[in-house]
Design a protein around this ligand. Structure first.
Ligand code: SF4
Length: 242
């Protein structure tokens, strides 16, 4: 009862998504993020009160309309913004989802690890962990937080055996070098919870969002990544972790 009434700020919903977790998924973008990643595609989600207030029960009710599409792999994904800014809400949605037999997936930057976050993670079937860079300097410069927090988060996922996909946006001239890929491989190979690496090509479709918000897009002058080159690298890395 307590969980069903727990409410959160939801920026937007994608009823049937295929890129944020396994299979076909009901994807809710939660509002709010304290980070300011230079490559952020969703600056419109930074505001903690953007969107509408929905109860966990309402999210599940809406997701259940699409249950027939989930089949054995699909389910619910919570993303953002940074969904772990609302850990009690994440916990409420995921615990209700589990009661209904729905697979749960969380897309996170992995920099928050409070007791509330740990409790939310206990209802999570898979985490999509966005490791933006593989060194402290770039984290400070381009994210505004410490790299070591992400590794601590990953270690916790490993300890709890929570299936993990490592995601990284490939940004030309910033993190598309072999040194970064090798570090990524090293991180992944030493944590058995990770079974997949996803490399996403840096795009600039979000420019319009920055223009609308009247804030500069920090990576405006960086070229977009070549999707086929990124795909090839992704396959190469995944073959190396099998
Ligand atoms: S954590 Fe995600 S939502 Fe927050 S600034 Fe970074 S990319 Fe954007």
């Amino acid at each position: 009862m307590e969980n069903s009434k727990t409410s959160g700020f939801v920026h937007s919903i994608q009823s049937l998504g295929t890129v944020d977790g396994p299979g076909v998924r009901f994807v809710a973008f939660l509002s709010g993020c304290p980070l300011r990643c230079s490559c952020c595609h969703n600056p419109d989600t930074w505001d903690y009160k953007a969107g509408e207030v929905l109860s966990a029960e309402e999210i599940i009710k809406r997701a259940l309309r699409y249950k027939e599409y989930f089949k054995d792999k699909g389910g619910i994904t919570l993303t953002g913004g940074e969904p772990l800014c609302q850990p009690l809400f994440v916990k409420a949605v995921f615990s209700l989802a589990k009661e209904k037999g729905i697979n749960t997936c969380l897309d996170t930057s992995g920099v928050f690890l409070s007791e509330e976050v740990k409790s939310a993670l206990s209802y999570c079937d898979r985490v999509l962990l966005d490791i933006k860079y593989t060194n402290e300097e770039d984290y400070i410069k381009f994210v505004g937080t410490e790299y070591k927090k992400v590794l601590e988060f990953l270690d916790y996922l490993n300890e709890k055996n929570i299936k993990t996909t490592i995601r990284q946006v490939v940004i030309p001239t910033v993190n598309d070098d072999e040194e970064n890929y090798q570090k990524l491989l090293k991180i992944v190979k030493s944590r058995k919870c990770v079974d997949k690496i996803e490399l996403l090509p840096f795009r600039k479709l979000c420019k319009i969002k920055y223009e609308n918000l009247k804030i500069p897009f920090p990576f405006n002058d960086i070229e977009e990544a070549n999707p086929s080159v990124v795909k090839e690298k992704e396959e190469e890395l995944n073959n190396l972790i099998k």
